[in-house]
Design a protein around this ligand. Structure first.
Ligand SMILES: [Zn+2]
Length: 223
């Protein structure tokens, strides 16, 4: 379907009208305050729209997206968003969501040059290099999917190791970090079992999740 910007504005007016008709006062209530329980850190890919996938309404999901759902400790944009979510909105869960078929992960896996983004995707290549042995041992057709999963687990670990999360847990704030991956082909989210709810979990959970996903990729039982 081909649309022009004016069509989008018309669609927006229809959506706002239908939403208000269904739930009178919806927008005025939201305008006063947002209090989302969840933060989503996902890929910018247009096929992975955060709210729609989990049936959450405006006001229910605080979202940060970038190419290949990367969280690095020098990225003030991502960290500021996490800090606002944790300290001001007091979200209870931060979910890092990758997806199979991610062009950023594919470029990192195949050493493709795409331009300026190569520097950003270097972070995903770093994940690949750290786990090169396990990835190289997999059938070629599985490597990209497993790197998608490993990237989610590593980025979730980065969120959990950030000063924002460490400080929140030190204050006794209840907060968990999760890692999920989305299937473009079936529309389903899979939990990668990397849930961390305190500083101790950060030391153990990602390493175990990485081992599990390498074994599952190779068709073996986890060790
Ligand atoms: Zn992607």
């Amino acid at each position: 379907m081909s649309t022009e910007p004016n069509d989008l504005l018309a669609a927006n007016r229809a959506w706002a009208g239908a939403t208000e008709a269904r739930e009178p006062g919806f927008f005025t209530r939201l305008a006063r305050q947002q209090s989302p329980r969840y933060m989503w850190i996902g890929c910018a890919d247009s096929r992975v729209p955060a709210n729609e996938l989990v049936s959450l309404l405006p006001g229910e999901l605080f979202v940060h997206r970038n190419v290949a759902n990367v969280v690095v400790h020098s990225d003030l944009n991502a960290l500021s968003t996490v800090q606002f979510a944790v300290e001001h909105l007091k979200v209870a869960h931060i979910i890092v969501v990758g997806h199979y078929g991610c062009a950023g992960v594919r470029a990192a896996m195949r050493d493709l040059r795409v331009g300026l983004a190569d520097n950003w995707l270097r972070h995903v290549q770093d994940v690949r290099l750290r786990h090169r042995e396990q990835l190289d041992a997999l059938p070629p057709e599985r490597q990209e999917d497993v790197l998608c999963e490993m990237n989610v687990i590593e980025q979730a670990g980065n969120v959990a190791r950030s000063t924002v999360l460490q400080d929140a847990w030190a204050r006794g704030q209840k907060l968990a970090v999760h890692g999920w991956v989305y299937g473009l082909r079936d529309g389903l989210l899979k939990d990668l079992g990397v849930t961390m709810d305190g500083p101790q979990a950060v030391l153990e959970v990602p390493a175990a999740a990485l081992r599990r996903c390498a074994c599952a990729g190779a068709g073996q039982e986890p060790q």
